[in-house]
Design a protein around this ligand. Sequence first.
Ligand code: HEC
Length: 123
Amino acid sequence: MKKIFFLAATVAITSAACKSSKEVSKTETPVVKSTVDCSVSGLTYAAIKPILEKHCNNCHSDGGAGGLDFTVFADVKKAAQKGELLGTIKHERGFPRMPANELQLEQASIDKIECWIKNGMKE
Ligand code: HEC
């Protein structure tokens, strides 16, 4: 009888552990919901460049802040691939808020950058 109880308890503990580890991983990788319609085709780097020039290049040019030079396509793409570009401008948790010391970008600009990324970061 004791043995059966012990077995049952072990099973209960193990399944509880599994359950909680699942819950943890869920909160660690939140699904970023987006309602942006990115069906517009032909978004290239040229479409987002003016936004970066106006709001970012001030700090992110040659030898730029955080080692990022946004006058260079490769650096923009790199930041986009790492998720930093969107994370910083959307003010997501875990990212410094960009543009630093300025108001958040207009939603239309954020959407444009998001769609440029989703549509494959074309040069
Ligand atoms: C006033 C200066 C300034 C402006 C303007 C600015 N940044 Fe930054 N940015 C920084 C500094 C400083 C850092 C690095 C240090 C930090 O804050 O973590 C940084 C870091 C970053 C990073 C790296 C984040 C990371 O996780 O390491 C990204 C991506 C970024 N900025 C994007 C942008 C974008 C996009 C814009 C324009 C919308 C912008 N920044 C405008 C100063 C600026």
